[in-house]
Write a protein that binds this ligand. Structure first.
Ligand code: ACO
Length: 429
């Protein structure tokens, strides 16, 4: 953190004193909100590499030290001791729940896990081979058409209700998207199961047959959900906040977050990692893949490597790496893709190109391998990410709604188009 309380910016014969905002942890920020009024200048920062878009108390990342805190609690401790519903409660409410608070929260989620029966018509409108992310975006956005009783953004109870509904229903919609794409009957959420087991039953249960839950699978799934639950102002969360800043309803805002998550540079990376490992084929081809990733003409990147914020190891990747070996061992899976992954990791970590650019394996490098071991199909990987990140999205949306400094998000631009010119008649062009 900087000791400066203000910085002075000189612009020609004008100078302006800009206050420096002090965070609890991390980099101080120059408050430039008065800059344009006093100098006529805007700032330019493509991709927001050095610009804070809001004040937030939800999650903290130190990219150089590899630190990730949810509401102040280190991810390593939460991964070891907590559960996903408890983490969701923490993110939403700011504090760990007491026993009664958690059981009330769990009951509330179970109560809202069902989705309207008529949504099956929405699913059946999709082509049989639709990507489950397409179905998830559409079905989450459509929730706003069903729940008119939670759309008054000025009512804290309604806001909370919408947040709980999203955490409760996104897994049901995610599993339904999968079942639809496999031409399997959609299963209703079972109220006697916990959050993760309920989801696994909706994914893999067979109507009329008893459902046997593998505790190794349930534990691994819970851990993956915890690790993906929030990551401060990433692209999808910033999208939720941008849409939320317009006063759009929470279902529409979260649906926008899901579309942002889909890209391979963000949540789509876990799916892309697996596709990449499969295309590499075997450990003997790893060297060629690394060389291709370094070749600027190839447009090929090592998926699952690099991160905008982490410039040392991603702490989630450290936890998940250990978990990957444990899960594969416990489930007795000998996956040749893991061998490719480990060889790739080893090759990249000692290669100057990756070392100099601080490109380390990120959380998605390993999550795909675990999901594969848990029999989650590849096209569902990003959907799984969305199930987890819903907790973070709603926490940020709730925080934003009561932020006294919240304004509609409206960036500026550096215009590089034509200066004004006259319209040209069609026959003179
Ligand atoms: N493979 C090869 N080279 C890479 C990679 C990669 N995975 N990532 C970055 N680079 C190179 C770039 O070509 C660039 O090289 P240069 O300086 O010679 O031009 C340099 O590293 C910096 O890259 P940027 O794209 O400027 O870094 P940025 O911070 O904008 O991007 C990102 C971060 C998008 C994650 C990038 O590393 C990437 O595309 N990774 C692969 C996709 C991925 O794994 N995404 C998941 C992110 S984690 C998440 O969303 C949960």
């Amino acid at each position: 953190m900087s000791d400066l309380d203000q910085v002075t910016l000189k612009a020609g014969d004008k100078s302006v004193d800009l206050p420096v905002l002090k965070p609890t942890l991390g980099n101080s920020c120059i408050d430039i909100s008065r800059l344009n009024k006093e100098t006529g200048l805007f700032t330019y920062d493509s991709g927001f590499t050095a610009t804070a878009s809001c004040k937030s108390a939800v999650t903290y990342i130190d990219g150089d030290a590899g630190v990730l805190l949810y509401r102040g609690y280190p991810i390593e401790q939460l991964a070891k001791q907590s559960t996903f519903p408890e983490v969701a409660y923490l993110l939403m409410n700011g504090e760990l729940p007491g026993r009664q608070e958690l059981s009330k929260f769990d009951r509330n989620i179970v109560h809202h896990a069902m989705v309207p029966e008529s949504m099956e018509k929405l699913f059946s409108g999709f082509r049989y081979n639709a990507h489950p992310m397409a179905i998830l975006c559409a079905s989450v956005a459509s929730l706003s058409a069903f729940y008119h009783d939670s759309l008054d953004l000025n009512d804290p109870e309604q806001r909370n209700q919408a947040a709980v509904r999203l955490i409760a229903k996104v897994p049901t919609l995610a599993a339904a998207a999968y079942r639809y794409s496999m031409d399997l009957p959609i299963l209703h959420p079972r109220t006697d199961l916990d959050y993760v087991s309920r989801f696994l039953h909706m994914m893999f249960g067979v109507p009329g047959e008893s459902f046997e839950l593998n505790p190794v699978v349930a534990k691994a799934m819970d851990l993956l959900l915890i690790l993906h639950a929030d990551h401060e102002q990433n692209a999808s969360t910033s999208t939720v906040r941008l849409v939320g800043s317009t006063g759009a309803n929470p279902y529409a805002s979260v649906a926008a977050g899901i579309t942002a998550l889909w890209g391979p540079a963000h949540g789509g990376a876990n799916e892309a990692v697996l596709t990449m490992l499969e295309s590499i084929g075997g450990p003997k081809n790893v060297e060629t893949a690394v060389a291709k990733a370094k070749d600027k003409n190839s447009h090929f990147r090592l998926m699952g490597f690099g991160h905008r914020v982490y410039k040392s190891f991603d702490p989630r990747a450290t936890i998940i790496r250990e978990m990957t070996h444990k899960v594969l061992g416990e489930l007795g899976i000998n996956d040749p893709l893991l061998e490719v992954a480990l060889k790739l990791e080893e090759a990249a970590l000692k290669d100057d190109y990756f070392v100099q650019r601080k490109l380390y394996p990120n959380v998605d490098f390993y999550s795909g391998i675990i999901y594969k071991a848990l029999k989650i199909p590849t096209e569902m990987f990003t959907v799984m990410f969305a199930v987890a990140r819903t907790a973070g999205w709603v926490a940020h949306w709730l925080e934003q709604q009561v932020d006294p400094e919240m304004k509609i998000g409206r960036p500026r631009q550096v215009y590089i188009g034509h200066a004004d010119r006259d319209y040209v008649e069609m026959d003179k062009r």
